[in-house]
Design a protein around this ligand. Structure first.
Ligand SMILES: [Zn+2]
Length: 45
């Protein structure tokens, strides 16, 4: 099972989650600070 890691450039949070959640975060922003996230900040872990 693949996992993805978000590295927020705004608050420097590191969050692990599944692909669906990663895509939702790219759409809606960082769950911690609300900052914009792009696909470049989601790393396949
Ligand atoms: Zn953030």
């Amino acid at each position: 099972m693949k996992s993805y890691e978000l590295r927020c450039p705004n608050c420097e949070s590191r969050i692990d989650f599944g692909h669906a959640a990663a895509e939702a975060t790219v759409e809606h922003g960082c769950p911690m600070c609300g900052g914009a996230i792009t696909g470049d900040h989601v790393i396949l872990g």
